[in-house]
Design a protein around this ligand. Structure first.
Ligand code: DAH
Length: 356
């Protein structure tokens, strides 16, 4: 027994891996192992012999099992130490420089416009980009034969053959949200509707998708004077300087009277400065909402009236941040985005002057 013990403790001690340990376990204390065989021979012994040999064999078995367990733990420790050596990490190293994304100028201006109008008490309302021709045209007093339909270079969706319903359109302006919000909320209303609009047009100042913000204010005593004041407040807050406006009589099917609004500017080496000089730049269309449009929105024109306006968000961004070509807005050129983009923490606030 002493020989067996010495032999196995020695073998266990010098084992290099778990597989060897398992083999040794089977050889020594497995079913057919040497110690187990010895135990089987207990039956052939006399009672006195068994009293000595039995406990001794049990003790041997325990010793071998203990040695196996200890060695197994030691091997696991050694393996872990080995791994820790190779997987070492210097947590004091400086972090790797990762490129941070930037806020697109359109998103920035969208937020700025929203912040200014929110301060003036306007809520934000949104509508679908795929519209029925009723919301995009008819409800806005643009009937089927009206030249405005052709002028707007509308994208029409496709209808299945035999389906004679008028096709849906990609909305050509944000004005249909006026109707949707009148229907949904009734008067009084004070909202802006920023969003994407679509027209088949492409050059330095036109892209097939661009952005507008619509304004709508309906109540019992709203006039052009309110419109003028609101827009002047807006431009002054947006450009961070007092900006003179000029209202020019114009025509839109959905307003009567209608006015296009210019802001004061100066041209300098091909770029434009807003809020100074003697030139004028057209920036929006506006007017008093046409009675037919109120009716389409289920509002009684004998009781309520109000103003509406539509501004190009992209145009505002170009003017405020000196961006010359509209097309670059949508090229996703990283160099352009890094140059004109804004840091995510430059959140526009009125008290911060709104500029990035
Ligand atoms: N919907 C017009 C356009 O896209 C802009 C516009 C003009 C909107 C006058 C208005 C408005 O609400 O009163 O060209």
């Amino acid at each position: 027994m002493d020989d067996l013990k010495a032999k196995y403790l020695d073998l266990i001690n010098s084992a290099q891996d778990e597989a060897t340990l398992e083999e040794l376990r089977l050889q020594a204390v497995g079913k057919k192992g040497e110690v187990s065989l010895q135990m089987r021979s207990l039956g052939k012994m006399t009672a006195e012999e068994r009293q000595v040999a039995g406990p001794a064999l049990n003790a041997l078995k325990n010793d071998i099992n203990d040695a196996l367990a200890m060695k197994k733990a030691a091997l696991a420790d050694a393996a872990l130490n080995e791994r820790l050596k190779t997987e070492w990490l210097d947590v004091t190293l400086p972090a790797r420089d990762r490129r941070v994304g930037s806020i697109h100028p359109i998103s920035q201006v969208w937020e700025e416009v929203t912040a200014i109008f929110a301060d003036l008490g306007f809520a934000v309302s949104e509508g679908p980009q795929i519209e029925t021709d009723w919301y995009n045209f008819d409800a806005l007093n643009i009937p089927g034969h009206h030249p405005a339909r052709a002028e707007m270079d509308t994208f029409y969706t496709h209808r299945a053959e035999g389906d004679n319903r008028p096709p849906h359109v990609l909305r050509t302006h944000t004005s249909p949200v006026q109707i949707r919000s009148m229907e949904a909320n009734g008067a009084p209303i004070r909202i802006i509707c920023p969003g994407r609009v679509y027209r088949a047009d492409y050059d330095q100042t036109h892209t097939p998708m661009f952005h507008q913000v619509e304004g709508l204010c309906i109540d019992k005593d709203i006039s052009m004077a309110n419109l003028k004041w609101v827009l002047e407040q807006f431009f002054t807050a947006f450009f961070g300087t007092s900006v003179k406006t000029r209202f020019r009589a114009s025509h839109f099917p959905f307003t009567e009277p209608s006015a296009e609004v210019d802001i004061q500017c100066r041209w300098e080496d091909g770029s434009v400065k807003v809020g100074e000089g003697d030139d004028w730049l057209e920036v929006l269309g506006s007017g008093m909402v046409h009675p037919k449009v109120l009716q389409a929105g289920k509002i009684d024109p004998n009781e309520y009236q109000g103003f509406a306006f539509g501004i190009g968000i992209d145009r505002l961004a170009m003017l405020k941040y000196g961006i010359p070509d509209l097309r670059a807005f949508f090229d996703s050129d990283l160099r352009w985005l890094r140059h004109y983009g804004f840091a995510s923490l430059e959140v526009p606030t009125l008290h911060g002057g709104l500029s990035g």
